[in-house]
Structures are given as structure tokens and as C-alpha cells.
Design a protein around this ligand. Structure first.
Ligand SMILES: [Zn+2]
Length: 339
């Protein structure tokens, strides 16, 4: 009952947003309720006009009503918008906007979507769901037509909870507590990364599917792992770790620009690639860099070697993905079908 009412009112909202004129809306809702006929008269009780002709006639009136044709999807949504996305998930919205609309824009709750510049009439936005997100997200698309009317569509996306592993560790205090100097260094390094996640490069460097930074047969582990050290919960593990042998080649998963390359306390030799439109990939504990900040890198290009620098228990690659601030599961990005 509730679902029925909700879907009816959302359909109505959508139609109104799509710019179906009041007249057309009224006509259609009246038609649905058969109330346009005199009281106590039904379609079946009309004596002379065959029902099929009457229905055809009414459908023709509806189609001919100005504004009705505009209700065809103005955004040209390619494929489907997912109804549910797991924590740490990522999906792509590809649009082929109709010629009669302009200024296509969108939001995920309050956050603006970042669309790529059009390529062969297609625009794309990658949308990431943070690993700690919960509840529902509202995805909204908007555009104007030449009459200044706003056309919009909305979707409600359920964030599916994932069960992340929990690791409890008891460590001597001197290993956990940082001296004031280190603490300052760590917070400065974290701040530099936070600033990067907020910086959106308007060009799209990435093109097509993302490749694994290490041989594809390697399975990354530990995304979202929650560590509780000496009963203190730490922020969840925002990347995935590949247990690759020391010195293994690390390759750029897509086209990008080196946004950061420095020695960090936790991350060791740390690299960040900017793929444009708010998408970054992160590489920690490298043995060495093969690229420099500011340099453009190609898909598959060698960018570094696996090491154990920084706070690492052994050689491994920590691979992370940030998409407009959201901590995204790298495996989800690698699995994403992109033409
Ligand atoms: Zn890691």
C-alpha cells in the first residue's frame, strides 16, 4: 500500500519534473481514472463508438499534446542506474543528452556529479560510494530546455552493507604512540592527501577500463578491514593490499598525472595518480619511483616497484582509490565495465 502510493507520487513528481504540462498531466491522470466520462458511464457502456477507436483517439490526443514528446528521456541514459550499490562500490552514469536540452548536471545527495566533457555526444560520470556510507543515496539529474524549463530525474540508491573483517591487536605502547615530531609529520602528510582528494581536475585523463597495477592473477586483500589496536578503533583500511614480491613492477591502471610522490611516515614511498574528474589512485610502501610529480603516465606504464617502506610488515603494494573523496574498493574499480 505504502509502496504503491510512493511509486504513484514519485511517478507524478517525475512527470512534472520532466515538463509534462499540467494539461497533459491532468488528461492522463483523468484517463487513468476513467473520470473524464460522465458519472456512472464506463468505456464499456458507450453504445455507438467502438472501444478500440475511442482509446486510439485518446492516445493520439495525448501524443499530440505539446510537451508530451519531451517526456522521452531527455538525458539519454545508457544502460541502467543501479538500485543498490555495496559500500566501497563504484558505478558509471553514461548519458547521451537529447539535442533540445543543455546544461546537464547532477548530484548524489548534496555532492555535485562531475561529468566528462562530451565525446561522441556521450558524457560520463563515475560515482563512488564510500566504504562507511549507509542508508540511501539520492541521485538526481537536471537539465534545461530552450524554454527555460527544468527537466529532472531522480533515483534512490540503496547502499548495501558489507561485512568487513575486524582485526584486534595488542601492541606495546611505544609502537602505537607517536612522538610529537612524528605526530606533526603524520598530520601534515594526511592533510596533503585530504587537499588532493578535494581537488578536481576538470579534464578526464582515464580512458576505458582500469588495469590491475600488478599481475592480474594477484588478489588484493583487506579493503575495509577494521583494526582495533589496544582497544582503540582505528580508521578502516581504505585500500587493498597485494602481497607481491619485493621489486615487482607496479603499473599505472589508466592514464593519469602524477599528483604526489614523496616519502611518508605510514605510506613510505607514496605515489598518487590523478586520473581527472576527481578520481585518484594511491600506491604505498614502494621501493622506488619510476615517475616524477607532474608527469603524465600512460595506461600500463611502469610507475614504481613493490617495497616495504613506511609502516609495512613486509613487501606489499597498498593500492587505494579515491573518487571525489569516497574511499572506493579498488577491486570494484578494476571490475567496472568501461567501453
Ligand atoms: Zn594497506
Amino acid at each position: 500500500m505504502r509502496g504503491n502510493l510512493a511509486s504513484r507520487s514519485s511517478r507524478r513528481d517525475r512527470d512534472e519534473l520532466l515538463g509534462i504540462t499540467d494539461h497533459a498531466w491532468l488528461l492522463r491522470s483523468e484517463l487513468l481514472q476513467k473520470r473524464f466520462l460522465p458519472a456512472r458511464m464506463t468505456l464499456g457502456s458507450l453504445p455507438r463508438i467502438p472501444r478500440s477507436i475511442l482509446v486510439t483517439f485518446l492516445v493520439l490526443i495525448l501524443i499530440a499534446t505539446p510537451g508530451f514528446a519531451d517526456s522521452a528521456d531527455p538525458f539519454g541514459i545508457q544502460g541502467r542506474v543501479p538500485r543498490a550499490v555495496p559500500q566501497g562500490g563504484v558505478f558509471v552514469v553514461t548519458l547521451k543528452p537529447a539535442a533540445w536540452i543543455e546544461g546537464v548536471r547532477g548530484t548524489l545527495d548534496a555532492q555535485p556529479l562531475i561529468f566528462s566533457p562530451p565525446e561522441q555526444d556521450l558524457v560520463q560520470a563515475l560515482i563512488g560510494i564510500d566504504l562507511e556510507a549507509a542508508g540511501r543515496r539520492r541521485l538526481r539529474l537536471e537539465a534545461n530546455d530552450r524554454h527555460g524549463r527544468i527537466h529532472a530525474r531522480e533515483w534512490s540508491i540503496q547502499v548495501k552493507r558489507r561485512r568487513f573483517a575486524v582485526q584486534r591487536l595488542t601492541l606495546p605502547r611505544h609502537q602505537v604512540e607517536l612522538d610529537p615530531e612524528t605526530l606533526t609529520r603524520v598530520s601534515e602528510e594526511a592533510e596533503r592527501l585530504r587537499e588532493l582528494w578535494k581537488t578536481v581536475t576538470p579534464q578526464r585523463f582515464w580512458k576505458g577500463a582500469f588495469l590491475s597495477p600488478v599481475p592480474a592473477a594477484m588478489v588484493p586483500e583487506g579493503f575495509g578491514l577494521r583494526r582495533i589496536i589496544n582497544d582503540q578503533p582505528r580508521s578502516p583500511h581504505s585500500g587493498a593490499d597485494y602481497k607481491a614480491p619485493l621489486g615487482s613492477v607496479v603499473r599505472a591502471p589508466n592514464v593519469g598525472r602524477v599528483a604526489l610522490g614523496e616519502e611518508q611516515f605510514f605510506g613510505g614511498r607514496a605515489l598518487v595518480l590523478d586520473h581527472g574528474l576527481g578520481l585518484y589512485t594511491v600506491y604505498f610502501h614502494l621501493q622506488g619511483f619510476l615517475v616524477k610529480p607532474g608527469e603524465m603516465v600512460q595506461k600500463g606504464q611502469e610507475i614504481g616497484r613493490v617495497g616495504a617502506t613506511g609502516r609495512a610488515t613486509g613487501p606489499h603494494l597498498h593500492f587505494g582509490v579515491r573518487l571525489n573523496g569516497a574511499r572506493v574498493d579498488p577491486s570494484a574499480l578494476l571490475r567496472l565495465p568501461l567501453p
